[in-house]
Design a protein around this ligand. Structure first.
Ligand SMILES: [Zn+2]
Length: 361
């Protein structure tokens, strides 16, 4: 079968490799649609972000290696021994971070806390290939009302569902979301479904602000023309938002805010309020902790997305409560267009992309 393999950072080649053989507890799938995550698009270029050191070591020791591809929709073509949740012909998507199934947490029904298991695309081959071997525990069945394209966005959405759950939004809470890329727009829509009151979003791109308003934000501030902290305080009687999602941080080389949006989140949240850290910064940050202490701020990080989150994500999209289709701006045809999808996803501002670029097989 054809599969993309990494020979190093910035060195991706489509090779002919042996198709995967099925194993107990696993399924073989035919990939229908796949997209690089923003993190993967950065890692492919050797930009420091989540898991950079791990990927670097794998490239040094194992190249050429099949990496990435955890955001996908695929059809089950073979099931291994003991598989009961899915059957041949089902369409599936997956969560990426898996429990190990063997540690004391996993054995006492707390596998959501386990960090010892593999991550699809990082430790196991993902779906930048014609076929893939996937563990059953990762999978969710895709509802018939969800398109291949939308299904490829379910993994990211399930992380956003977990982030909003972590936020514990109260009915009527003012919610601000900094960054209206895919996860920012997802957090906005999920927060709206979870009782948020006034919803204020921020981005530096007009097209992202427009998309945010279209999908349900009450106010969307373009931070290239207006100070978002002043605007959020003006909209909250000077108090600040109850909850701020920080979804804009990361490498400025990719059009992200560096750590500027984290400073804005701290200034825009009310005292005693919550900041939900969705971004990955890729390097240590210097932070004045005393400000957080003095203002009783809660800086929280999203829980890992579980199979329950993923099931709920399917329900949200199938029922039309969350709209993914309007966020999908770039759909390419054929496995050979994978490098173009990485290029677009790594430079979303330049290509006016909202979600990662997708590849249809
Ligand atoms: Zn475990």
């Amino acid at each position: 079968m054809k599969a993309w393999r990494f020979y190093g950072f910035n060195d991706l080649r489509m090779d002919e490799v042996s198709p995967p053989s099925c194993k107990p507890g696993h399924v073989v799938v035919k990939v229908l649609c796949v997209q690089p995550s923003v993190t993967e698009a950065q890692l492919a270029r050797g930009i420091r972000t989540l898991a950079y050191d791990r990927i670097k070591v794998r490239l040094e020791r194992e190249a050429p290696v099949q990496l990435f591809g955890h955001e996908f929709c695929a059809e089950v073509v073979e099931i291994g021994q003991g598989v009961s949740k899915v059957k041949v012909g089902d369409r599936v998507a997956a969560r990426a971070k898996l429990p190990c199934g063997q540690c004391s947490l996993c054995l006492t029904d707390r596998s959501n806390l386990c960090r010892k298991g593999p991550v699809i695309g990082f430790d196991l081959p993902g779906c930048f290939s014609e076929l893939a071997l996937l563990p059953e525990i990762a999978l969710v069945k895709v509802h018939e009302r969800i398109s291949h394209s939308e299904a490829a966005g379910l993994q990211s959405l399930s992380d956003s569902v977990a982030a909003v759950e972590t936020a514990g939004i109260g009915i009527g809470d003012v919610v601000a979301i900094l960054g209206q890329g895919s996860m920012g727009l997802e957090c906005m829509q999920v927060a709206r479904n979870c009782g948020a009151g006034k919803i204020i979003t921020v981005d530096v791109r007009d097209e992202a602000c427009a998309k945010s308003l279209e999908l349900g934000a009450e106010y969307s501030i373009n931070a290239s023309h207006n100070d978002p902290v002043v605007a959020i305080r003006d909209l909250t009687d000077g108090n600040g938002a109850d909850v701020v999602f920080e979804c804009a941080g990361g490498s400025p080389k990719q059009g992200l805010s560096g750590n500027r949006s984290l400073g804005q989140a701290i200034d825009a949240v009310r005292s005693g309020g919550k900041i939900i850290g969705v971004s990955w910064f890729g390097e240590p940050l210097s932070l004045d902790i005393d400000i957080l202490r003095e203002r009783s701020l809660r800086y929280l990080f999203p829980d890992i997305s579980t199979s329950e989150h993923l099931e709920h994500t399917v329900r949200l999209v199938a029922s039309g409560r969350i709209k993914l289709q309007p966020m999908i701006t770039h759909v390419l045809q054929g496995l050979e267009s994978v490098p173009e999808a990485f290029e677009i996803t790594a430079n979303k501002g330049k290509y006016k992309a909202i979600c990662p670029a997708q590849v249809m097989l």
